[in-house]
Every structure is written in structure tokens, then in C-alpha cells.
Design a protein around this ligand. Sequence first.
Ligand code: ZN
Length: 251
Amino acid sequence: MNDSQLLRYSRHILLDEIGIEGQQKLLAAHALVIGAGGLGSPAAMYLASAGVGRITLVDNDTVDLTNLQRQIAHTTERVGQSKAESARLTLLQINPDITVTALNERVDDARLAALVADADVVLDCTDNFATRHAVNRACVAARKPLVSGAVIRFDGQISVFDPRSGEQPCYSCLFPQDQQFEDVACSTMGVFAPLVGVVGAMQAAEALKLLMEVGGSLAGRLLMLDGLRMEWTSIAVGRNGACPVCATKTK
Ligand SMILES: [Zn+2]
């Protein structure tokens, strides 16, 4: 690290659990952020400010006026522009030291497999079950840790699915692919703006800890937030031995 980096990251380096070694792990790491909206904005901004050396942002949407109430990586003047590109500009304004790749594309299974294989940690910041399951399948196949967040109305949830150990559940263990979950979109249900900040920032925290191998992760636990009462509930979640995604993939 040069002098400027030592200053930029000094408040991390001061932490015994991080220090120079942990910060260098972040600088050498590659995070894949899928979705540059309400969750992806704060998540990616904290990854960037904290010095994750390579960040890849995937989003095929464009910035809309209705996004700006909560998607804080975007600005009024960027309405109509690619979300991935808009977020890339924001991240580089915060930290020009890092490499940010913006992918303005809808990713299929093959593309996801390639992107996930190249990443050290994956953040699912999307808003539909089909993509969530596709991201989960790619993470299980490549044995990459997945930090999953979701927010709707006044409710949020976050967990980590870590297929590296062979003992933790995957996303499909909790939310089976064949189950008909109704996609409750923000466009019809509404979402309380700061909750995506709360959950997105926590996704960044979990991703940074995974990259530095600091503390314990949320793997095996699902945290649920009731934003109206401002209460968290933590529930233990186990593997489904018959899960079609992970049962045959890990031991
Ligand atoms: Zn599973």
C-alpha cells in the first residue's frame, strides 16, 4: 500500500481484526454485485469505500425517477442511463483506487457461471426469485459464498449461503425452486427507503468479513427485520438433505 492508501484505509488498519493484512485481502479481492438498485447501491458503495480492489456490477436496467427515493448510487441527472454504469461512476468518485466493471446485461445461467467463478464473494441484490435461484445455483456449483438480501414494504431479510463447508444450507434449501413464491415487486408493493440501506450495508459488512476471514458469518442463520417495530428476528436454518441444488454438489 502507498501512503495515500494507508491514510484512506487507516480506520480499518487501526482495527486489530483487520490491520494491514486484512486491508490487503480486500484490495486483492473481487466482489460480484448482482443488481445495482436499492440493495446494490449501498452494498457496492461500502465495498468500494472499504477498498475491495475489483467490483463487478451487473444490472440491465436504466435509472428511473421512481428509483431515486432509495437507490442512492444514482442521481437525478442520470435518469435514463444504465444503472450499472451510473453506479460505477459513483463508486469511482468515492474511490478511484479500485477497478469497477459495469455490465449492462441480463445474465443467463452460463454467463452467471463464468462471472461467479471469477469472484471471491457474490452479493445478491436482485428483486426476483428466478434470478435469486440462478445466482444460488452458480454459487453452489462454483462453491462461492453468497450474501443474500431482500426488502419489501417495511420488511427486510439477510443471510449468507456458504457452500464451501458442505454443511451450510443454500438459498434453495430455504426457498425451494419449485415452490410458487409470488414475486412481490417494489413497483406494486412499495418499499420504505432506509430499509434497503440497512440491509444493503449489512450485506457489505458480511461480504467484507468473508473476504478478510474476520469473525463469523450469517451462514446457517436468517435475520429478519420488522422495520415498523424495528425488531430483528434470527432463525437457525439448516440444510435440506433432498435439496436439488446442493444435496449432490457438496459431500
Ligand atoms: Zn440447498
